[in-house]
Design a protein around this ligand. Structure first.
Ligand SMILES: Nc1nc2c(ncn2[C@@H]2O[C@H](COP(=O)(O)OP(=O)(O)O)[C@@H](O)[C@H]2O)c(=O)[nH]1
Ligand SMILES: [Mg+2]
Length: 220
């Protein structure tokens, strides 16, 4: 018998990066959201903003369930960042690739998280469909990842597209697994990382089990 696994994943990022949309697009339960009308500078970007958190669930297959927590973007809610990140197994930092003026704020979020926890993280670049979007390499440089050994994995996604979210989550799970294996000084099982075909069942909002075996999460 295999063991059921639950992974808590935090989706962080500046206001408007796509956190709420990400969780709504992929959750298999009706998401819990704490959106209120934006009154500060965020209102220039969008009408509503998350003030508590977003919560969604996603069953990858019977043995692996993800709980997805979206942070409120604004730093005045950083007490919530702490509540969420200290319980997380891994996090994805969403960065709007078309808004370099926010990269300083992105770095502050990263520093805040890294002071509290040492957990696997990846950067998810959103708004790459915008004509002003910077390339992943440009964003990595702007965020100060000059040393390739210290650079987290970068993925691109559109928070309105479940397909692209799926790929981003797979990248995060693979990174999480790789870190766990590294921590345990274990060898990666051969051939498991091959991840060519990924099928998403739109009706059931779930991935095919076989795809996730390839992430190495399968214990049986
Ligand atoms: N064009 C485009 N729009 C996006 C993308 N990601 C998010 N959005 C939109 O950006 C807006 C802000 O997203 P939201 O989820 O509220 O951001 P949050 O503040 O991080 O929760 C929404 O209208 C989303 O539909 C993307 O990759 N491309
Ligand atoms: Mg939000």
């Amino acid at each position: 018998m295999s063991q059921m696994q639950l992974k808590k994943i935090v989706i962080a990022g500046t206001p408007g990066a796509g956190k709420t949309t990400f969780i709504r697009s992929i959750s298999q339960i009706k998401t819990v959201s704490t959106e209120r009308r934006a009154t500060d500078k965020t209102s220039l970007l969008k009408s509503h903003t998350t003030v508590g958190m977003d919560f969604g669930k996603m069953k990858i297959y019977d043995d692996l369930v993800l709980h997805l927590y979206g942070t409120p973007g604004q730093s005045r809610f950083n007490f919530m960042w702490e509540v969420l990140i200290t319980k997380a197994d891994a996090y994805m930092l969403l960065v709007a690739a078309n808004r370099p003026q926010e990269f300083q704020e992105v770095r502050q979020i990263m520093n805040f998280m890294n002071r509290l926890v040492t957990i696997p993280m990846i950067v998810g670049l959103t708004h790459i469909d915008s004509e002003n979007a910077l390339s992943p390499l440009q964003v990595a440089t702007e965020l100060g990842f000059d040393d390739p050994r210290k650079k987290p994995p970068f993925v691109t996604l559109n928070a309105t597209s479940p397909q692209s979210i799926k790929k981003a989550l797979i990248a995060l799970l693979k990174h999480l697994k790789a870190q766990q294996i590294q921590n345990q000084s274990l060898q990666l099982a051969d051939g498991r990382q091959n991840n060519k075909m990924i099928h998403y069942d739109r009706a059931q909002k779930r991935f095919r089990k076989s795809d996730f075996l390839k992430t190495g999460f399968c214990l049986h």
